[in-house]
Design a protein around this ligand. Sequence first.
Ligand code: MN
Length: 217
Amino acid sequence: MTDWLFPPRPTPSLPLVGDTRRFPVRRILCVGQNYAEHAREMGADPTKQTPFFFSKPGDAVVADGANPAYPSATGNLHYEAELVACIGEGGAVVGWAVGCDLTRRDLQAEAKKAGRPWDAAKGFDQSAPCGAVTLGDLPDPAGAIALTVNGETRQSGTLDDMILNPARIVEEAGRLWALRPGDLIFTGTPSGVGPLARGDRVVVTITGLETLSFEVA
Ligand code: MN
């Protein structure tokens, strides 16, 4: 029996819709600027670049019903509504969820300017709120994706606005990493990203998937 220096942390996990089992989270990959309008609002030309990946640690996940803390070291926390592909055995997509890629936009802007990595801007603690996982095929590949803050719509798009569709994103990710059961892939956000304050109530919806809601604590 292994004698640990300190107890290993419990595996982060997400509930499954209509199933008592849980989805154990391994790591979180995210694709950047996968909707043309969002690439434009970030000052990029969507015709001149291919989508790229960054990552968050698996334990950055915050399951629906829990509230992420407003992070340290930022004055500009942003929401990004995203469809999340959930990887199962054999590296294949086993289900789908609604996620929010929380971002320290001020630190990201500094990192971009200096040509530095995005880890502090994207991969911070509790930066990946994610709803319950719906097993099976994506209910509606052209479905609506929307985000409200305190009941006011801030993002509203459709999944077929993506530059790379979910199947292509998973294929690209699989070229760069060996995808393993428990990996989550955030597939990018539509336009309309913006700031959050403490106490804001965020609701993210995608057609056919379980709604994600949380409050910034
Ligand atoms: Mn994102």
